[in-house]
Design a protein around this ligand. Sequence first.
Ligand code: 5AD
Ligand code: SF4
Length: 451
Amino acid sequence: MPRKLFIKTYGCQMNVYDSGRMADLLAPLGYEETMTPEGADLVILNTCHIREKAAEKVYSELGRLRALKDQRKAAGGDMLIAVAGCVAQAEGEEMGRRAPVVDLIVGPQTYHRLPELVAQAHRVSGAVLDTDFPAESKFDHLPESQKTEGPTAFLSVQEGCDKFCTFCVVPYTRGAEYSRSVSDVLAEARRLVAGGVHEITLLGQNVNAYHGEADDGTWSLARLVRALADVPGLQRIRYTTSHPRDMSDDLIAAHGEIEQLMPYLHLPVQSGSDDVLKAMNRRHTRDVYLRLIERIRVARPDIAMSGDFIVGFPGETDSDFAQTIDLVQQTGYASAYSFKYSARPGTPASTAGAQVPEAVKSERLTALQQLLDAQQVAFNHASVGKTVPVLFERTGRKAGQLVGRSPWLQAVHVEADVAMMGKLADVTLVEAKANSLAGVLQAAEPAGKVA
Ligand code: 5AD
Ligand code: SF4
């Protein structure tokens, strides 16, 4: 009898990757993934702790799952509930106390032990807990097979962070910086491509700090990207998320030289004020960031910039915020993410005296998002009229419509035969909306037919 597994993923792309690997790990035990928690034998919530609301969402989801679990039990069955990811790591035993419905709590660095933990959870009452930072790497214990879905895939190459920005939980929940070996990464990339993947996004909390071991020494991310560009069939390479401090010369050069490396860079700056950057322990100034972008644009003039911003960091004044607005105006973003500062337990900034009032945070966030939205719309409008390669990833909401991505990560809606799924084709962009573009497939218009 196959057993049903439901995984709900919160937060970042690395969690999406981890959830896939959890499904790989549990498949040999007979677990097949389902799309809903109803009727599942095992439910895993793969959680995110980066901002406050994320953890609250997990607790309310656990409340809903308790009702389902009770129903299953009343019907003579059972449902095992596991919490994985960064909330599990941060809350640890406390989670078992706050939500007794949880059977299993497993951190991001120990989920390779899920099969034995699940077996243990069946045997004992109360929550089984594993939030170690083990000496061994989970990557050495994960099964090889990773099933591919569609033409794009994530590939974790680096994890954890040693930067200790004063607002951030990542160094505590994901642990110290770690890079997978070059041979591991290349082997996984080849397997993905063999499974039909054309585009790989390399993942890491600090991906451009990658320093993977190879037979001939330590490789940088740039060298890894160059090697991946030689994998036959791999047409597009992306990477995320990067720290300005680790944006090395060879990586900048790679953007100008490697055709498969897409012209899109997510490079969070967080703030445009030197005082705030210092208090955040970002280890770079606004000037360093702005000069970096100038150099990247020299190497790759059409690069689309993306970033993350925090408003209302403790001590942020109106003039600090004005500096952030100024930096955004100078940079010009194709897309960006902005957040109100949220105090995370255990981080240095959470106990800083000068917390910014909620109303001020809201006001600043609205102003910043208006500017970033306007920049995104302008970027999309500037693309209209261009003919660009689009990789079709999924079917659209309307019949006969496919959705793909441009090199600049814009979503493009096109009328196209479903046979085009997973393929790259030239598309002329004809209309810009706030979050996407409409395009016309070139190959579908045979020469002579267009009057
Ligand atoms: N409050 C608000 N935003 C945060 N981020 C990380 N920690 C916090 C926090 N405590 C944002 C940063 C980071 C992104 C992933 O989440 O902008 O780059
Ligand atoms: Fe967090 Fe990124 Fe700073 Fe690391 S570099 S502490 S992951 S914000």
